[in-house]
Design a protein around this ligand. Structure first.
Ligand SMILES: C[S@@+](CC[C@H](N)C(=O)[O-])C[C@H]1O[C@@H](n2cnc3c(N)ncnc32)[C@H](O)[C@@H]1O
Length: 363
């Protein structure tokens, strides 16, 4: 039997998520939509939880057509929730995650929670959808339903369902992992402006690390790029620098929790990278570019120094994958690819640059 699943993604990297699903043999991609990749999987197992570029993975329980703007849509959604097989799907999700099955239906306890979203104006709220669907899902499972209305937060361990409504179609789906995939267990410490791990994983994928020998992040912050890169470059030398000692400390602690071995972390100014010319063949970087994370050290007066330094330490033909506020091309680099993202309400780009033989400074 085939199961229909949805990987949720940051806007802009959906095709990279689809490529990862194919590469990992997780299933057959059936469609790439706004922030979603739909795929069919024959025998879903724990490997689904290894999707690095996805924000989350859900099992599709029902696709409901004819969802209008009026409140009668709520009755339709409640009916669909009543008719779907919540028990089997919950069991399947728990088999995939290996969660304990000490209750009937393989449900561990904690109850049922629903989070809904919709596009366009409607005569009902997201909480109306959540309550209509949640009560019906919880009943056959013999579990309490925990409403999010009035800012209430469902208890840990609840089975998490999601309802999305777009145009006339609603999708009811069950989240597979207990926590969204993007919340990496290793990232217990962070810094302002830290990178969203699935975006870091996507950047690492774009850098073609399988052939890399030395990978540098000169502004490593909490270490996300290199920790995500480790799985794709198990034998490469990974080096992370940051000007702020606390960031370096956090990066090392996060890497230890991730068991991302042998990454060299150090305090250094990206305006004077302590590496010799041409000694690096990949750079992954999310430079400081706004008020949240201001450039410090030599970059404070002259942010362009970062690119001159990257140009110096990178071998000719080497690749930089950078998350930057807008598409641009620093001197001495060619642009291989630009991917526009929507991330926390902003629209940065991931730029894949190749170091050319030319000079790394303007003029
Ligand atoms: C946007 S954050 C990087 C976030 C990082 N990718 C992560 O996942 O946490 C930019 C980083 O640049 C660092 N930074 C600012 N000026 C620097 C400089 N001159 N040299 C090195 N790092 C610098 C900041 O301390 C900050 O950690």
């Amino acid at each position: 039997m085939h199961t229909l699943a949805v990987a949720r993604a940051v806007r802009g990297i959906e095709p990279l998520v689809a490529a990862e699903i194919r590469r990992a043999g997780l299933g057959v991609v059936r469609g790439v939509r706004h922030r979603e990749v739909w795929f069919e999987t024959a025998d879903p197992g724990p490997e689904l939880l290894g999707l690095r570029t996805a924000d989350d993975v859900l099992l599709v329980a029902a696709v409901v057509e004819g969802i209008g703007r009026d409140r009668e849509a709520l009755g339709r959604l409640a009916r669909a929730a009543r008719e779907l097989d919540a028990e089997s799907l919950t069991k399947l999700a728990h088999q995939i995650t290996g969660r304990a099955t000490d209750r009937p239906y393989g449900v561990r306890g904690g109850g049922v929670e629903v989070s809904a979203s919709f596009v366009g104006r409607r005569n009902y709220s997201r909480f109306d959808i959540e309550d209509a669907v949640g009560a019906e899902l919880a009943r056959p499972l013999g579990l309490p339903y925990h409403s999010r209305r009035d800012g209430r937060v469902p208890p840990e361990g609840s089975t998490a369902w999601r309802v999305t409504v777009e145009d006339g179609q609603a999708v009811i789906a069950l989240r597979v992992p207990a926590r969204p995939l993007h919340r990496r267990p290793y990232k217990t410490e962070s810094i302002p402006g830290t990178l969203h791990p699935p975006v870091a994983a996507a950047m690492a994928g774009l850098a073609r690390l399988d052939r890399a020998r030395t990978v540098l992040d000169p502004c490593c912050g909490a270490g996300t790029t290199l920790i995500e890169a480790r799985a794709l470059a198990p034998h490469a030398r990974l080096i992370g620098f940051d000007h702020v000692p606390r960031a370096v400390h956090i990066a090392a602690a996060n890497a230890a929790r991730a068991a991302a071995d042998a990454i060299a972390w150090g305090v250094a100014d990206a305006g004077r990278i302590p590496l010799s010319d041409g000694s690096v063949d990949r750079v992954l970087v999310n430079p400081p570019w706004d008020r949240q994370v201001a450039p410090s050290g030599r970059l404070r007066r002259d942010p362009g120094r970062l690119w001159r330094e990257i140009h110096r330490v990178l071998a000719v033909g080497g690749t930089v994958v950078a998350l930057v506020p807008e598409a641009w091309r620093p001197p001495g680099f060619g642009v291989d690819r630009v991917i526009h993202l929507t991330l926390s309400g902003r629209h940065p780009v991931v730029a894949v640059l190749r170091r050319s033989a030319g000079r790394g400074r303007a003029g």
